[in-house]
Design a protein around this ligand. Structure first.
Ligand SMILES: [Zn+2]
Length: 86
């Protein structure tokens, strides 16, 4: 009878430890995923919506989900096609 209780306790402890490890693994995986996407964002190439030239995201000008090589091209693009107001 005592052996059964000890086995039960061991089983519960193992189950709890497994759950804890699984959660740690999930958190680690999520952290790694966000790190990766952040790294990708840094070196990503974007295209100017006006002249269609490719340039690094860091040097680009962003307007909503559009990218531009310079504020001048952004202004020209917006003059031609104003974005929908939300
Ligand atoms: Zn441009």
């Amino acid at each position: 009878m005592n052996l059964l209780i000890i086995r039960l306790i061991i089983f519960v402890v193992l189950f709890w430890a497994g759950l804890k490890l699984y959660r740690m693994y999930r958190e680690w995986q999520l952290e790694r995923d966000t790190d990766q996407s952040r790294r990708l964002d840094d070196g990503q190439m974007v295209r100017c919506s006006y002249c269609r030239v490719h340039l690094p995201e860091n040097d680009a000008v962003r307007q909503g989900d559009q990218w531009f090589c310079s504020p001048e091209h952004r202004d020209k693009f917006l003059e031609r096609k104003p974005p929908p107001q939300e």
